[in-house]
Design a binder for this molecule. Structure first.
Ligand code: SF4
Length: 510
């Protein structure tokens, strides 16, 4: 089976442009690990950017590894790097980019399959140093605190040079000395050393100093047909449930000039640009940017749009670029609940946006809602159905409704709110299904059970980290029983937190 994975890696590599294959001799080998499939990992701009920055640094060779290359689970099979097909565990440093809580299980699995002790305390001389970063794990690093040697809290760019300089001698240095050195870097949390001391989240003040975009042409990734370019970071809106909006504060923009330079450089490989931001339509010079990209002959795609503001010129550019699907996220059905979550969008804004989408003949309209939000009542679910019915009148083609259960996240204004019970969530989902049954809507809801586990990880503490270490198989289903065996009721992590209760992630200074 091992040779099949090696073959699969070589085949993917052969289809790419821009991958860097170098000899490890005399260099510091860092494996950039993504705890999900190749297709998802290569859609992450963090992977692209770090790969470029690390390989550009003299003395470092950086290769990539993924939980799976083809999206299928590979139980027990060793994890190889893509570039040289060496075991991931041969690296001096494994740097995990962790975007989602449910990927924590893949982190454990990848380490185990590589023969690297999962518990940081059990790693010794000769074992790689395990670093982590990414929004989920840095907003609340506690659930992985017993697994990671160090976790970067916030954005890595301001500390990248300092961090890499301290890693240079990692082969020869004592592990403890390296960890003590890393703990001196602002924003680097070393769980064995910090013990509750404050750590300051890092953020980059000038986005232009670090252009972020696709560095590898990866046709088999989720957005392999386009060059992804980050145009802004953070969000002006601050919806109360949203980790991306709260964690990446303050809102910053990259200049049109830098984005166009990136786009021009990418034209050798791509004829389409995917603009990446929390809310692309908030970019202050969006009309100017899309016009300039179109003038270069490039097609334009976007990662996300807000219902309001929504530029007609941007919508037109998307339609002319061949986009088939138009996506909007009203999040809640009623104006009352949208106001409570601070969405800043009213019923008439949704209707206006849908009418605009209808005029440009997109084949499909996707609507994103959350359910189980704090303060939600049965009538808010009825309001989702009413809104969808109004949308169906205006949009004559396919309408897809995506539903996600609300999960309280650290550092958001809703961080102390309770998650709705399974009964309430299932009951309200049934209610909505019944209301939309005879319509042409396709309703897709995220599994409630999975969201409940996500909630344990999003607001977990060192007990959750201990429970993760005890899992025989890194399976989400086993986490709650593991906590119960430790005498801990998992429901505690989903319940409301009192206003005076100290939260495990409060040591992070924003
Ligand atoms: S507009 Fe979108 S990205 Fe911004 S805070 Fe709200 S949900 Fe988050």
């Amino acid at each position: 089976m091992q040779w099949r994975r090696v073959e699969a890696a070589r085949e993917l590599l052969a289809g790419e442009r821009g991958a860097i294959v170098r000899d490890w001799g005399g260099q510091l080998p860092i494996v950039l690990a993504y705890p999900h499939s190749y297709a998802v990992g290569m859609s992450s701009l963090a992977m692209h950017a770090l790969y470029g920055w690390l390989n550009a640094r003299p003395g470092i060779v950086c290769e990539r590894a993924f939980a799976s290359l083809d999206g299928r689970p590979s139980p027990g099979e060793p994890v190889f790097t893509l570039e040289s097909q060496r075991p991931m565990g041969d690296a001096a440093v494994i740097a995990f980019s962790v975007s989602f809580e449910m990927d924590y299980f893949h982190v454990l699995d990848m380490l185990r399959r590589s023969g690297v002790p999962v518990a940081a305390a059990e790693r010794g001389p000769g074992d790689p140093l395990v670093l982590m970063g990414g929004p989920a794990v840095s907003a609340n690093p506690l659930p992985l605190a017993l697994v990671a040697d160090a976790i970067v809290l916030g954005e890595v760019e301001p500390i990248l040079d300092d961090l890499l300089r301290r890693l240079e001698g990692v082969w020869d240095a004592e592990r403890e000395a390296t960890l003590s050195s890393l703990a001196q870097v602002p924003g680097v949390y070393v769980p064995t050393l910090h013990q509750g001391q404050a750590v300051e989240r890092q953020w980059l003040s000038d986005l232009d100093a670090y252009p972020v975009g696709s560095t590898i042409v990866a046709p088999r990734s989720a957005f392999g047909d386009m060059q992804l370019i980050e145009i802004s970071r953070g969000c002006v809106w601050g919806c109360k449930f949203c980790l991306a909006g709260c964690w990446y504060r303050p809102w910053r923009e990259r200049s049109v000039e830098v984005i166009l330079r990136q786009a021009r450089e990418g034209m050798v490989y791509w004829n389409k640009v995917g603009l990446v931001a929390s809310a692309v339509s908030d970019y202050t010079r969006i009309d100017e940017l899309t016009a300039a990209l179109r003038a270069l002959g490039l097609k334009v795609s976007v990662s996300s749009l807000r219902v309001r503001p929504l530029s007609e010129k941007l919508v037109q550019a998307l339609a002319e670029s061949g986009a088939r699907t138009f996506t909007l996220a009203p999040e809640a059905g009623s104006d009352r609940l949208r106001q409570k979550i601070q969405k800043g969008v009213r019923h008439e804004d949704v209707i206006r946006a849908v009418a605009l989408a209808g005029r440009y003949r997109f084949e499909s309209l996707k609507l994103y809602f959350m359910w189980g939000l704090p303060g939600e009542r049965d009538e808010d679910i009825e309001a989702i159905a009413d809104l969808v019915n109004a949308v169906l009148e205006l949009f004559p083609r396919q309408v897809v409704v995506n539903l996600t259960p609300f999960v309280p996240k650290a550092h958001t204004p809703f961080q102390r709110e309770a998650m709705a019970s399974t009964e309430v969530l299932e009951d309200r989902l049934d209610r909505l299904r019944r209301r939309l049954r005879r319509t042409r809507t396709q309703l897709r809801a995220e599994a409630v059970e999975e969201a409940r586990i996500q909630a344990l990880l999003a607001r977990g503490d060192h007990h959750v980290s201990q429970a993760l270490l005890t899992l025989q198989k890194p399976s989400p289903r086993l986490l709650e029983p593991a906590l119960r065996r430790m005498g801990i009721d998992p429901a505690v992590y989903r319940g409301a937190r009192g206003a005076d209760e100290r939260l495990p992630w409060e040591f992070i200074r924003l």
